[in-house]
Every structure is written in structure tokens, then in C-alpha cells.
Design a protein around this ligand. Structure first.
Ligand SMILES: Cc1ncc(COP(=O)(O)O)c(C=O)c1O
Length: 482
């Protein structure tokens, strides 16, 4: 069906009708989400081949676009909002977050300067102060929202690099004889985004030294001390360490307080990556996971990972916001404003244009309330602990790491098989499980073992879904290992 608008936007009448259709579509989608295969079964190129090579010359109705969405796009969707999406860190979005996204698009503000929407800047400040309080972070941290934890950590490393005093912002790094090689430290279990930050900032992958871990996969601080000493001896400048609260593979928690002491002794920046697990610090019983962060220079927490916020939303907290501004602020004439009393968030990073992300978390915190968020995250953790008990009681599977949050790491075992065969069969088991379309799990490697991960931190995940995971694991184990 052709639409009749020749100029301007959709008419108000049509928008009203179409927004009702879209809202109906979302309701149906979420209501029936369990009918879809969690992991999209399409092959590479399937979606491209199902779509016309040329753009349509004439416009069409929203109804017909929604039909094509159902027929051509949805088959290529992996359903992150599915309650049995148990892979990676399963970011799920909540309805209040979705409603906020709708309004964000309607307002379409660009929060680059305070005056380009004062409420965007000021709500960002307020919402991040709320999040700081909720997670028990020290009051001396000030917040800023970026899109992802990768970008937040990159900004932390940039601030650390600036603090070396070598004026890299102005002079760059290449060809400088006065600049020692910079070295950053993180554990073997740190997220790959730390190395990507180092790549981006000219530190290079060789500028990142990975430190070994103890039996519970926490950074070994004796090894950190030794590494810094060795590096200093051969002329490196140790400038930054990254501690992780909730590593991606196994959710281990680095000894932040001890690492902070080492950073202080060596005049190094300490950044804490709490992208996933930091959200769990809203629980009174888990406040301890933030111990030591009061001594850090910066920390990242991603509400899009576990505070039911539609992707993207990464909360970056830093104590010395000025050093971030000094690293990035560059004000061309066309962006100059007279009012110096207000914050212009474009000054604190590489991007100029900024979405109104704070509105999402504001909606979510307002709608659920802090207590509502606590009870939901607590339930996610309870499900993980129940699943852990099931693993512990089974003779086919063994747990591979302590369970602190909503993530359980384990592998299938069978007597008489060597490690290579076991790894091959665990991988096969995972593929067979995911091919059922009923649940979606992911993997990692630990001490050369192929490990399965089940994550229960989805907003819609219930006991029946972890029970389903147990049934499928049992059944597929029999098929693969028989
Ligand atoms: C601990 C940790 N840090 C950083 C990231 C990167 O997150 P993002 O996708 O927001 O860049 C992840 C992703 O899972 C993570 O687990």
C-alpha cells in the first residue's frame, strides 16, 4: 500500500494510527517471544538475499513495513529479550526503557552542549548521582554516559595517558624520543575492550601486560608488583592498571583495594571495569563487591548489561573530571557558548553528538524503584544459585568457577576421555543445545578447557527457563556423550 505523503512528515492522524500498530506489534512480540528460536537460524547472506537490491522509489505504509519486518527481518533476529537467552551477559530491555526510547526519538535532542537541551545534561548528572548512590560508589565520583563499556574504558585509559604529563594530547606519541613506552596492566581475564582501548590510543597490544590470576581467577597482586618492578627496570612507564569486578568469562572479582595500593605507590591510574557485575552492587548483600573502588580513579558500570536498560547505556564515573576535559576539550568557534557556568558534555570525550540516554534509566528507576531493581537482580542471582546446585548434584557436569552473580560456568565430563575429546564434545553439546532454538548458551576457555556458561540475568527469566535448560542439557548430554 502506497502512502500519500508528498512533503513533510507523516500526518498526525497517521502517526497516531501507526504508533498504535507499532505498540500492538511490540506487545505481540513480547507476549509471543518464546515461540521464536532464541538464536537466529539464518545463514550468512540470507537476510541480504531476501531484501531488494534497490531502494523503493515510492513510499509505503507502516503496515506493509511491519509485514516485511515480520517476514524478512525477524527471522534474522537473535532474541536478546527471550527469557531463555542465557548467553554472554544477556542484556535485556524493560518496557519502561522501551517507552523512554520512543520518547527519546520523538524529542531527538542532541545533548552536545548544555544549551542544546539543558534537561539532557542535567538529567544525566542527576541519574548518574542516583546510580552512584544505588551502587554505593564514593561521592567523589562524577558521571558521564557513553554508549558502551569499551568506550568508557577507552576514555579512562586516555585520561590516564594524559596524567603521565607527557602532553600527548598536544604532541601525540609518534617519533617522540622523550616519551618512554607506556605500560598498562590488567589480569588475563580482563575484557578484550581494554586491549582495544590500548590499540586506539597508541599504547598498542604490547603496551598491555596481562597479569596471572589465583585459583579463583582474581588478579595475583604479587605478580602485578613483580611485573611493574621488572618493567620499570627496563625503562617502561607503568601508567595504568585495570581491575575487573565480574570478569566476562567467569565473573571473578579482582582485589581492587590491593591493586589500588600498588597503583598509588607507583603513581598509576586505576580504572575498574564493573560493566556487568557493578549493577549487582545495588543489593545490600553485595555492596562488598565495590570495596576498594573508593581508591580508584575511574569505574564503568553498564546499565545495559544488567539494569534492564535497552542497549546502549554505559555509565562512566571518574574522580578527576578535569583531566578528562583536558584530554578531549576542543572548542571551535561554532560551538563556543558564553555561559561558562554549565557543563557541556561534548568536552568529555571524542564524540560531539550525544543521545538522550539518561531518560531511559530515569524511566526505569522511576518505574521499578530502587527496591524493584534490587528484587529483580536478586531473583536473577537466586536462579543462578539454584542452577549451580543442580550442576553440583549432577555427575555429568562440573562447576568451573564460583557463582557470585547470575552466571554459572561448567563443563560436561565423562570418564576415560582426554581433554581434547572432552573439549570437542562440550563444543558439540553447546551447538546441539543452541540448535534446539529453545535456549541459547555460550562458552569460554579456562585452563585449556572448553567451558559452558549459563547466564540467568534476564529480566523475563524464570525458574521454568532454568528448568528447561537443565532438561535440555540432560537430554543432549545423553545424545552427544553416548
Ligand atoms: C567485563 C566487561 N567489560 C567490558 C565489556 C564490553 O562491553 P560493551 O559491549 O558495553 O563495550 C564486557 C562485555 O561483555 C564485559 O563483560
Amino acid at each position: 500500500m502506497k502512502n500519500d505523503s508528498a512533503l513533510g512528515d507523516m500526518s498526525f492522524e497517521e502517526f497516531k494510527k501507526s504508533s498504535n500498530e507499532v505498540s500492538e506489534w511490540i506487545n505481540n512480540y513480547l507476549n509471543n517471544i518464546e515461540k521464536y528460536p532464541v538464536l537466529s537460524p539464518v545463514k550468512p547472506g540470507d537476510i541480504i538475499n531476501s531484501l531488494p537490491a534497490d531502494p523503493p522509489a515510492e513510499g509505503t505504509s507502516v503496515e506493509s513495513i511491519l509485514n516485511d519486518l515480520n517476514d524478512k527481518i525477524i527471522p534474522g533476529i537473535t532474541h536478546w529479550n527471550h527469557p531463555a537467552f542465557m548467553a554472554y551477559f544477556n542484556s535485556t530491555s524493560s518496557s519502561p526503557g522501551m517507552l523512554a526510547e520512543f520518547i527519546i526519538a520523538a524529542l531527538n535532542i542532541n545533548g552536545m552542549l548544555w544549551r542544546t537541551s539543558p534537561a539532557a545534561t542535567e538529567l544525566e548528572i542527576v541519574v548518574l548521582r542516583w546510580l552512584r548512590k544505588m551502587t554505593g560508589l564514593d561521592d567523589s565520583f562524577e558521571g558521564i554516559i557513553y554508549d558502551t563499556a569499551s568506550v568508557s574504558s577507552m576514555h579512562a585509559i586516555a585520561a590516564a595517558r594524559e596524567r603521565t604529563g607527557y602532553n600527548i594530547r598536544l604532541k601525540g606519541m609518534s617519533g617522540r624520543k622523550d616519551l618512554p613506552l607506556l605500560r598498562l596492566y590488567c589480569s588475563e581475564f580482563a575484557h578484550s575492550s581494554i586491549e582495544k582501548g590500548a590499540i586506539t590510543l597508541g599504547i598498542g597490544i604490547d603496551g598491555v601486560r596481562k597479569i596471572g590470576v589465583d585459583k579463583e581467577f582474581r588478579m595475583d597482586t604479587a605478580l602485578l608488583r613483580k611485573a611493574i618492578k621488572e618493567d620499570k627496570k627496563i625503562g617502561y612507564l607503568p601508567f595504568c592498571a585495570v581491575a575487573t569486578i565480574g570478569t566476562t568469562s567467569v565473573t571473578s572479582i579482582d582485589p581492587v583495594s590491593d591493586i589500588a595500593e600498588i597503583c598509588k605507590e607507583n603513581n598509576m591510574w586505576l580504572h575498574v571495569d564493573a560493566a556487568y557485575a557493578g549493577n549487582a552492587a545495588v543489593l545490600p548483600e553485595l555492596k562488598w563487591i565495590m570495596d576498594g573502588t573508593e581508591k580508584a580513579d575511574s569505574i564503568v558500570i553498564n546499565p545495559h548489561k544488567w539494569m534492564f536498560t535497552p542497549i546502549d547505556f554505559s555509565a562512566f564515573f571518574i574522580k578527576d573530571k578535569d583531566i578528562l576535559r583536558e584530554s578531549f576539550s576542543l572548542i571551535p568557534e561554532y560551538l563556543r557558548t558564553e555561559d561558562n557556568s554549565a557543563e557541556n558534555f561534548m568536552d568529555y570525550g571524542i564524540q560531539l553528538g550525544r543521545r538522550f540516554r539518561s531518560l531511559k534509566l530515569w524511566f526505569i528507576i522511576r518505574y521499578f524503584g530502587v527496591e524493584g531493581i534490587i528484587s529483580r537482580i536478586r531473583e536473577n542471582i537466586r536462579l543462578a544459585k539454584e542452577f549451580e546446585k543442580w550442576i553440583d548434584s549432577s555427575s555429568e557436569f562440573v562447576k568451573m568457577a564460583p557463582v557470585y552473580f547470575g552466571t554459572v560456568c561448567f563443563r560436561a565430563v565423562k570418564e576415560g576421555l582426554n581433554i581434547d575429546d572432552l573439549n570437542r564434545m562440550n563444543e558439540k553439546l553447546m551447538h546441539e543445545i543452541n540448535a534446539t532454538g529453545k535456549i541459547f548458551i555460550s562458552h569460554t576457555k579456562l585452563d585449556d578447557y572448553f567451558i559452558l556458561r549459563v547466564v540467568t540475568s534476564g529480566l523475563r527469566t524464570e525458574e521454568k527457563h532454568t528448568a528447561l535448560a537443565e532438561d535440555i542439557l540432560t537430554q543432549k548430554y545423553k545424545e552427544v556423550f553416548s
